[in-house]
Design a protein around this ligand. Structure first.
Ligand code: NAD
Ligand code: ZN
Length: 351
């Protein structure tokens, strides 16, 4: 498979997609930062499974290293934890020439990336994403952030890693929920950009089947994310299409009694907005049916069970509303997305 690069003009970096890549971290670090000290930031689940492989690899390349272990889960993406991380970096004597390695899912990547962007006004940063979502989405494109009590990702930066190591073997230990959640974003990528990818997903329904072609699938998703980010790093245009299914998903996730994971909510959002696009004569008929079958084949839901008025109310307060308009991401057909700005007054007719 060809080497993928993320190229956003002011910086350019490789995505190393290879099985057993976590055993080669030391080689890559030694090549680019021969005299640096490395700090692995991870969570306790990932530490138990994969920290030793990365630490041994750094030892084999004679790279000095430390490990900071955080609690797993979304609450770790907070200012409290961030300050704790800064203090640990200072206590370890980490300098500007050293390197932070994010080893984990999107929570660790976002938190460690934001720490790297701000500690000493920016230190070197590497991503080793270990969830499917992180490998195809959050580790690529430079968005790093922490949450506030008032909302997710409200404080952050664009800060790109020096390289990303993607080892698909680590996906074997993911829970079924986290695997399916990642698949929702894989399906989204096919739906907005690449019908051939969607066909591959359709013909490898279920976790064990898709794992047979996972390197190709991850490679294709990463190539698409890299291409979209290249064209619109700062999320003012094309990058918005990555939000397909997410306007409704974010509303579902904000319901006080919500039990859906992010990936499940995205699956519902994609199928429902495909239906909506069909009703608006924007999406070709049959698209929602196909999407529904694909999400179902990975154990993901597709129906809204919540009170639609509540969802509409939440969507009217979407943080991405600009100049009184919500940018609705719809499909023209499978593999092709479009941005449709609609006035807030029409949001009530969406569901
Ligand atoms: P996560 O980081 O919480 O990981 C999910 C769970 O899987 C955790 O319990 C973790 O310990 C465990 N885990 C990780 N790798 C594992 C492995 N290989 N085997 C077994 N268990 C493993 O969640 P996530 O879904 O990876 O990321 C969600 C976060 O990503 C959210 O905070 C979201 O805002 C963010 N995100 C960021 C971007 C971006 O562009 N920066 C894009 C999408 C999502
Ligand atoms: Zn998402």
């Amino acid at each position: 498979m060809p080497q993928l690069m993320v190229d956003v003009g002011h910086t350019k970096y490789p995505l190393h997609i290879e099985q057993d890549g976590i055993y080669k971290v030391g080689n890559y670090v030694k090549k680019q930062f021969p005299t640096s000290c490395a700090v692995i930031i991870t969570d306790s689940n990932v530490q138990a499974l994969y920290a030793k492989q990365v630490e041994d690899s750094l030892d084999n390349s004679s790279i000095k290293h430390h490990t900071i272990v955080l609690s797993p889960g979304e609450p770790t993406k907070s200012f409290e934890v961030l300050i704790d991380v800064y203090n640990k970096l200072i206590a370890l004597g980490i300098q500007k020439t050293d390197v932070i390695i994010a080893l984990g899912g999107g929570v660790i990547g976002d938190l460690a990336g934001f720490a790297a962007s701000s500690y000493l006004r920016g230190v070197n940063f590497i991503q080793i994403p270990t969830t499917l979502l992180a490998q195809i989405d959050s580790a690529i494109g430079g968005k790093v952030a922490v949450n506030l009590d008032t909302g997710k990702n409200l404080v952050g930066a664009f800060y790109h890693p020096k390289f990303v190591i993607i080892d698909t073997q680590v996906l074997k230990t993911l829970s079924d929920d986290d695997f399916a959640g990642g698949m929702a974003e894989v399906i989204k990528t096919g739906a907005i950009y690449d019908v051939a990818l969607l066909n591959t997903i359709e013909s490898h329904a279920g976790r064990s089947h898709i794992m047979k072609v996972i390197d190709d699938v991850v490679h294709r998703c990463c190539a698409i994310k890299a291409e979209v980010v290249k064209q619109d790093e700062l999320d003012n245009g094309l990058r918005m299409i990555l939000n397909f299914g997410h306007t409704l998903a974010h509303a579902i996730e904000k319901l006080p009694d919500n039990t859906f994971t992010h990936g499940q909510a995205v699956a519902i959002g994609m199928v429902q907005f495909a239906k909506l696009g069909e009703q608006m004569n924007i999406t070709s008929i049959g698209t929602s049916n196909t999407l529904q079958k694909i999400v179902q084949s990975f154990g993901l839901p597709y129906e809204i069970v919540a009170d639609k008025d509540k969802l509409i109310d939440i969507m009217k307060r979407d943080k991405k509303i600009r100049d009184g308009k919500l940018n609705l991401i719809l499909l023209r057909k499978l593999g092709e997305a479009c941005v449709n700005p609609i006035p807030i007054s029409q949001i009530g007719e969406l569901l």
